[in-house]
Design a protein around this ligand. Structure first.
Ligand code: PEP
Length: 256
């Protein structure tokens, strides 16, 4: 049986609505130049849809960098103007992020919608990264655990053991995203323990392959302590993932 120590960390860069094709190309060149030959972490980038093909081509057979999408629709095709399906993403992507707080807050995505997207990603043979986390107000009201339990259960309960084993969870407290104020390693560990309990609940037994990431203002300076917090298996990085040298330093922090 694989022990938690044997989970390879995952460091994922969420580029959000940044980087046109030319900028994406430059960023990937810098990342490939800056990563060591064998990074301790699995490294993933999540560019905008329009850069996926280019980034996929640049990565080629280089196993140091993997590719994912930031969002998807839950149907495979249809009259959904402006949307992208998992069928369209599957040629390029190994992972798809679902449930990012910006999708939940700015685009009205409910737990139910997020679950439909997660199901679609699994059905297409890719790996979902389920993002969740509490707002600052929920935290102040002492509701963090209840929010995490609700969001994680909505995402995972009812999946098969095999499906759960293909999921990654990203704990992203909303008050920490883009604010420069990261959670403490203790906060991240506490949340990871709550989320791990839902993984166990959903899969009926310990699921050693499911990684639980922390996201929210991770920088090169904070990466090592957050990435080594007990129960934390990697990071989802926003702003700092657009700066190649800093992102590579965060990856290095995962192994330090
Ligand atoms: C994110 O949006 O997923 C994120 C973690 O952003 P930042 O690192 O900029 O806080």
């Amino acid at each position: 049986m694989m022990t938690p120590e044997m989970r390879r960390p995952l460091v994922a860069g969420n580029w959000k609505m940044h980087e046109g094709v030319a900028e994406a190309e430059a960023l990937v060149h810098s990342l490939l130049a800056g990563l060591p030959a064998t990074p301790a972490a699995e490294v993933l980038v999540l560019p905008p849809f329009t850069a996926l093909e280019t980034v996929h081509r640049l990565i080629g057979s280089d196993t140091r960098l993997r590719l994912g999408a930031q969002n998807c629709h839950w149907e495979t095709a249809g009259a959904f103007t402006g949307e992208i399906s998992t069928t369209m993403l599957e040629p390029w992507c190994a992972y798809v992020l679902v449930g990012h707080s910006e999708r939940r807050q700015l685009f009205g995505e409910t737990d139910e919608i997020v679950r439909r997207k997660l199901d679609a990603v699994l059905a297409a043979g890719m790996r979902p990264i389920l993002a969740l986390g509490e707002t600052g107000a929920e935290r102040e009201r002492g509701q963090t655990q209840a929010v995490l339990l609700r969001q994680a259960r909505s995402g995972l309960v009812g999946l098969s053991v095999d499906q759960v084993s293909r999921c990654t969870i990203a704990y992203e407290p909303i008050w920490a995203i883009g604010t420069g104020v990261a959670a403490t390693p203790a906060d991240a560990s506490e949340a990871a323990a709550v989320l791990r309990s839902v993984v166990d609940e959903a899969a009926g037994r310990e699921q050693p392959t499911v990684r639980i990431l922390y996201g929210g203002s991770v920088t090169a300076a904070s990466a090592a302590s957050l990435l080594h917090a007990p129960g934390v298996d990697g990071a989802l990085v926003g702003g700092a993932s657009l700066r190649a040298a800093e992102f590579c330093a965060i990856v290095a922090g995962a192994g330090a």
